[in-house]
Design a protein around this ligand. Structure first.
Ligand code: ZN
Length: 366
């Protein structure tokens, strides 16, 4: 919540940016650019060589970012992205992204393409809400994967159990998911009945994104949060990609405060080098590992392994350890995918370990 008062001229000029997540911190980061004559804006949509940006006079402007610093960066995760705050140069020659303000957080997924690179989906996100449908039995491994991505972004994860109105036993599922989500709140909501929606709205401070597999109820929840009618959504979907109207903005102020980033790219999200994120998802395993005899213990069959002991004692579920190992392997793979030599070595090692099926599958995918 910005606490800039309306008493100074400066606050008055940025007031239209308040609903878009403006804070004093942004003001401080932008200050040197402002002194140099730049205009502050937040990117609400990126489409190839252009961005739509909201600026202090309230309207979004089309901005070209070709030939600017960020575009020359070979790392695609340093390109302008929805949620970025930008210093813009405005002149008769056009409006350009001159610089991006430092990101607090970044949601990155592994790119869907065959090339091995991360794809930046949203910047400066405070909450990553993982939507999970209560209409079907939850896939805990998938939830753990989403949570790893969420933690890795630097944002606070949140699990939103949707479709409570058709759930057989929402409380049981909530308890089960709480077990695999240390440090994460798990909410039960229904857009149909409104159950829990006020709590969810209250949790979404700052900038939020909703992730989750298809069928998790993300669009229904987004629409309910945004107070958007279903008809309007259909029109937005139907009118294609070419138009740049307010309805195609992917960063939208929530009526109760806060901002929701809703981009098509968030619909299917794969983990991208989320080693730190995994440590947080499996923090109890990480804590147990401190007591393993060997520092590099893989918790497979090593003597003096505290993690295996915990499984034996019933303190840790075998499923949880299996999931941890699986995601760790997957993450190592993704992290090394851009390095062909390492990749060959990993394939060799995997084959030696007798995991040929998995390695062949990944080779086909890569
Ligand atoms: Zn161990």
């Amino acid at each position: 919540m910005p606490h800039g008062s309306f008493s100074t001229g400066e606050s008055r000029t940025v007031e239209p940016l308040f609903p878009y997540g403006w804070t004093d911190e942004i003001a401080d980061l932008f200050a040197p650019h402002g002194e140099a004559g730049s205009v502050l804006g937040r990117i609400v949509r990126v489409d190839r060589g252009r961005c739509d940006v909201v600026v202090a006079d309230g309207e979004s402007v089309a901005v070209v970012h070709a030939d600017t610093g960020p575009v020359a960066d070979p790392d695609p995760t340093r390109m302008p992205c929805t949620g970025d705050w930008a210093a813009l140069s405005v002149s008769a020659a056009g409006t350009y992204v001159q610089a991006l303000l430092p990101r607090r957080t970044a949601v990155i997924r592994s790119s869907a393409s065959q090339r091995s690179e991360g794809q930046l989906l949203a910047a400066n996100v405070d909450t990553v809400a993982v939507a999970v449908s209560l209409a079907v039995e939850p896939d805990l491994g998938r939830i753990e994967r989403f949570l790893a991505l969420a933690w890795e972004s630097g944002a606070q994860p949140l699990v939103v159990l949707t479709k409570a109105d058709v759930a057989e036993d929402a409380d049981r599922v909530r308890e089960e998911i709480e077990q695999v989500a240390p440090g994460v709140d798990v909410l039960v909501v229904s857009a149909a009945t409104g159950e829990g929606m006020d709590v969810l709205a209250a949790c979404l401070n700052g900038t939020s994104v909703l992730v989750g597999q298809s069928g998790a109820g993300k669009s229904t929840i987004s629409n309910a949060l945004l107070g958007r009618a279903a008809m309007e959504v259909q029109q937005t979907r139907g009118d294609g990609k070419g138009r740049h109207t307010t309805t195609t903005r992917e960063l939208l102020p929530l009526p109760g405060g806060g901002v929701l980033i809703d981009t098509p790219g968030l619909r299917g999200v794969g983990m991208y080098d989320a080693a730190d994120g995994l440590q947080q998802v499996f923090s109890e395993i990480d804590a147990l590992a401190d007591d393993c005899r060997f520092r590099d213990c893989e918790h497979v069959s090593e003597p003096g392994c505290a993690v295996l002991e915990a499984v034996e004692d019933g303190v840790l579920l075998q499923r949880r350890l299996d999931s941890y190992r699986k995601l760790l392997r997957e993450n190592r793979w993704i992290a090394a995918r851009s390095d062909a030599r390492l990749r060959q070595e990993q394939l060799k090692n995997l084959k030696q370990q007798g995991k040929e099926g998995w390695a062949n599958m990944m080779a086909k995918r890569g």
